[in-house]
Design a protein around this ligand. Structure first.
Ligand SMILES: NC(=O)c1ccc[n+]([C@@H]2O[C@H](COP(=O)([O-])OP(=O)(O)OC[C@H]3O[C@@H](n4cnc5c(N)ncnc54)[C@H](OP(=O)(O)O)[C@@H]3O)[C@@H](O)[C@H]2O)c1
Length: 266
């Protein structure tokens, strides 16, 4: 048996980057994956095709996670196709960067809407189903599993990115509060906080040797992360191997949160 055999798994924003890697790693462990996307249907179809080429199972569903009606429609489609859901990975996210005084309300609302409200809306629909169905002991010791994609910026302030840092700080306490509320129902909820991972969201930070050298000053482990680093952690968190892990953030960041500026004595 693979670690996630036949687990119905929704990965939001999995047409690209970290979400795509999480979807592929989950499928390689036997999960049936729903590849959600907002605009990139080609990216989503490519991920589905790659999973199928490896012998896995996946479908793509379009939905903007910041819109309540679209989230509800996505879950209705999942229930129609698979009957239930076992794992939700709240991964969809974006940046709209500006210094505080230049930040428009639209930039603020868009980032909070996708990165934070989107996680609330998807979690609410998943939890309704987890509670309805309960634990099926032959499949898993939990009644459902949610992984929230946070960021090192749930704890590291980030000048020029107030909307993004606020959204990830919000994800931290959304995750912990949901985990506290739902632990008695055997619903497991945790976060992954990636450091700097090479994806389209942050190309400027690593696509030239000078930019990468600058970035590496912040990473004690000495390399920029790749999406598979997050995929592997997500598989473990979704599996029963991590049964007793509840309401915590796993930092997958090459040591970025270790205050590297103090490495030489401060
Ligand atoms: N890369 C990093 O270094 C890093 C570090 C820390 C945390 N993270 C977090 O990791 C997550 C994934 O980021 P990434 O680096 O993989 O970025 P990415 O390559 O830009 O991928 C973002 C994904 O989110 C989807 N998305 C955007 N808006 C959406 C919406 N309204 N509804 C549904 N899906 C939407 C995109 O789909 P469409 O293209 O179809 O819109 C895409 O699949 C984000 O939550 C991000 O904050 C990334």
């Amino acid at each position: 048996m693979k670690r996630l055999q036949d687990r119905i798994t929704l990965v939001t924003g999995s047409s690209s980057g970290i979400g795509a890697a999480v979807a592929k790693c989950m499928a390689a462990e036997g999960a049936k994956v729903i590849v959600n996307y907002a605009r990139s249907s080609k990216g989503a179809e490519a991920v589905v095709a790659e999973i199928k080429a490896e012998g896995g199972e996946a479908i793509a569903i379009q939905a903007d996670v910041s819109q309540e009606d679209q989230v509800q429609s996505m879950f209705a489609q999942i229930f129609e196709h698979y009957g239930t859901i076992d794992v939700l990975v709240n991964n969809a996210g974006l940046q709209k960067d500006a210094n505080l005084v230049d930040m428009t309300l639209e930039q603020w609302n868009q980032v909070i809407g996708v990165n934070l409200t989107g996680q609330f809306l998807c979690s609410r629909e998943a939890v309704k189903e987890f509670k309805r169905r309960g634990v099926i002991p032959a499949q898993s010791c939990s009644a459902g599993n949610i992984i929230c994609m946070s960021s090192v910026h749930e704890v590291i302030p980030w000048a020029g990115h107030c909307n993004y840092a606020a959204s990830k700080g919000g994800v931290m306490l959304l995750m912990k509060s949901m985990a506290q509320e739902l632990a008695p129902d055997k619903i497991r909820i945790n976060s992954i906080a990636p450091g700097a991972i090479k994806t389209p969201i942050n190309t400027d930070a690593w696509d030239t040797p000078a930019a990468e050298a600058d970035l590496l000053k912040l990473i004690p482990y000495g390399r920029v992360g790749i999406p598979e680093d997050i995929g592997k952690a997500a598989v473990w968190l979704a599996s029963d191997e991590s049964e007793y892990v509840q309401g915590t953030t796993i930092f997958v960041d090459g040591g970025m949160t270790l205050y590297p500026g103090f490495a030489t004595g401060g």
